[in-house]
Each structure stands twice: as structure tokens, then as C-alpha cells.
Design a protein around this ligand. Sequence first.
Ligand SMILES: [Zn+2]
Length: 290
Amino acid sequence: METTSIVNGGLRTETGVKVWKDGMPRLLDLYAKYNVKATFFFIADFAKDFPDIVKMIQPYGHEVACHGLTHDHKQAFDVLNFDEQKRHLREAKKILEDISGEEVVTFRAPALRVNEFTPQALIESGFKIDSSVAPQRIDMFMSLGSKKKLAWLKAPRTPYFVSENNLARKGNTQLLEVPVSSFAFPYIGTFMRISPVLNKVTRFFLYHETKNTTKPINFLIHPNELIEEETLNLKTEKRADNYVSYLLSDVLRRRLKQHNLGLNARDLFEEEIEFWDKKKYNFQTIRDLI
Ligand SMILES: [Zn+2]
């Protein structure tokens, strides 16, 4: 849950309000229809201004989780040092706990950007579960911070305790990683919308990988994918530091990401849920799964 405008780029409070009023009810209705329990990762700064966006999920038994203090890419977790990460995590956790009245133990980094300090910063801030790794996902060149995401190529595919300085490696800490499912391509709303056909291929592999096991499948979707927004025809913000990276991770990415938003996204997502529902998979929050 964030204020990112997929159509116009950047973070916009108006978008956040639309997500609250349109996107969230669509998602909550869909989940209620199939008895889905989900984990919602909130940007704490936005939740502080609009606390109802957190409270509205609680009657359904969904999990309140943390997506950091801000989604500002200049303050991504892979550019913050250890102390800054700890400050962000503690402040965000407190805001979300004050609003929800429940303990917040699960974290997902904005844009899945993390660094070597993140495991320890999470542990020292009281988090027990992270979900910021997408094992064997190969499209990371399209996203910011892609060099650090190369570690994903060797990440385990099933939940594991992480190492002290790398969320993508097994280790001896008490912090559990629940990876975002992927099979070359990530199993996420964005990809589902950009390429519904390839998404079915990914789903087919994930189904055959998990069907006779207890391996969970972790699907990622944003409520801002379920809203319609007016295009303001703004120039794409240049976040990348060189031109090739700008073309791939800013311009191309933004164009691709605009496919099948709003009600189309909801219908495509319903197909995903129906698929697993027919296969008798259970839909749980990450906290309950653990
Ligand atoms: Zn995000």
C-alpha cells in the first residue's frame, strides 16, 4: 500500500487517496469472495495521515505489515546506512502498531531494494519476517538497484533463516525470509498485467514445483494497480544515473507497467485466485503461515 502513481509516475497523495477509496475496496471484496487472508505492507508515513487505510483491513483478518517509512527512491534501503535503516524501521513499526494495535513483524522493502545492513537493522528493530527477495528472478535489469539484486539468482526458493549480511542467503539469524515467488519472471501483479500469457507459464511452473510439497507461493500485488487514473502527461522522472538505465528502468518500465490497470487488473487477479482455489490451495497471511 503506497501512493505511487503508475500512470503519472512519482508519489502522489491524490493517488494514495484513490487507492484507499477505490483500490482497497476492490481488493478487499475479492479477498472476501474467496476467503483469502493476505499480508498488506503499508508505507507508514502515508498510513499516519490516513489511518483508516490500515484499520479497514483488520476486520477481515488480514495482516498489517511494514513497507518502510517512505517510498521515496532517494531513501531506498539499499542507499541507507545501518543507523538510518534502523531509524526508519523503528519509526515505521511504531506508527503502524499505534494505528492497528497489533504487533507488526513482517517487512517488505520498497522496490525490494535492500543491502548488507538490512538483516541486522530488521532484527534490532523487532522484525521477525522479511519478504524482499525474489529468487531466480531475471528481469531485475529493469528495476533500480539491479546490481544488488543479482544475489537473487542464488537465493533459496522456500522460506529460510537469513544470513547476518545478506537477505538472499541462508544463515544463522532468527530472521525468516519468505521469498516472493518467481520462476525466471516474478509472480506479481505487474507481470500478470503486462503479459497475462507468460504469467500463466510462470504459474504453471510454480504449480508443478509446489503441488506435492508444503512450499508456499507468495504473490505480490499493489492496490494501486486496481485504480483508474487520469494521465497528466508528465515527463518520466529520471531516477537512474545513466542513460541506458534511464531508458530501461524508467521510460520502458513505466510504459509497460500501464497495461491492464483498474478493473482489468482486478479481473486478471481474480483468475489467479480462482486457479489456486480450484487446486485447493489455502490463502494465508505470511505471519499465519509461519
Ligand atoms: Zn512498494
